[in-house]
Design a protein. Structure first.
Length: 164
């Protein structure tokens, strides 16, 4: 099936190409995947956070390895020495409680924000559905030809379905 595309349409995403298709024929949008394996996708550099996370992880691991090496060579005092903070149980317990409280608080905040986002998303989808059904209902009283009305309904449903 050939499609007539406007000459000033640019972009490769599905929404742009669907909007650029002329209304003489129904818009057909299909998402094509490349079929690469999971490992290739996991280790790709384009669009990945792996290079950015390695910029933090590699220097941290090198510093940790150097500190451990110097502790083993007795060039840095051992952290488990008698006067170390790790032997004082009150300081360690206070620090552990503080870190535990912060982790629980941040996790509960993130969980709450996640469910607020889900609720808003469902409300938005319901509003889109209401708008689409209202537009389809308005077509009942249109003075245009039945073919034009059907074509409009098909394009309308397809464009609204891309919002989901």
């Amino acid at each position: 099936m050939s499609r007539a595309v406007s000459p000033n349409c640019v972009g490769t995403d599905a929404l742009a190409s669907a909007a650029c298709i002329s209304s003489s024929r129904p818009a057909v949008v299909m998402i094509h995947t490349r079929g690469y394996g999971f490992l290739r996708m996991a280790f790709q550099l384009r669009g990945s956070v792996l290079p950015y996370s390695l910029c933090v992880a590699i220097p941290s691991s090198i510093i940790t390895a150097l500190i451990r090496h110097f502790i083993n060579e007795r060039q840095i005092p051992d952290l488990w020495a008698h006067d170390s903070v790790l032997h004082d149980s009150q300081a360690w317990a206070g620090f552990s409680i503080l870190v535990g409280f912060l982790i629980v608080f941040r996790t509960s905040q993130a969980y709450s924000r996640f469910w607020d986002g889900c609720t808003s998303l469902h409300a938005m989808r319901a509003e889109w559905f209401d708008a689409c059904t209202a537009l389809v209902a308005f077509c009942k009283y249109s003075k245009a030809s039945q073919e034009a009305v059907d074509n409009f309904k098909q394009i309308l449903i397809r464009l609204f379905s891309m919002l989901h």
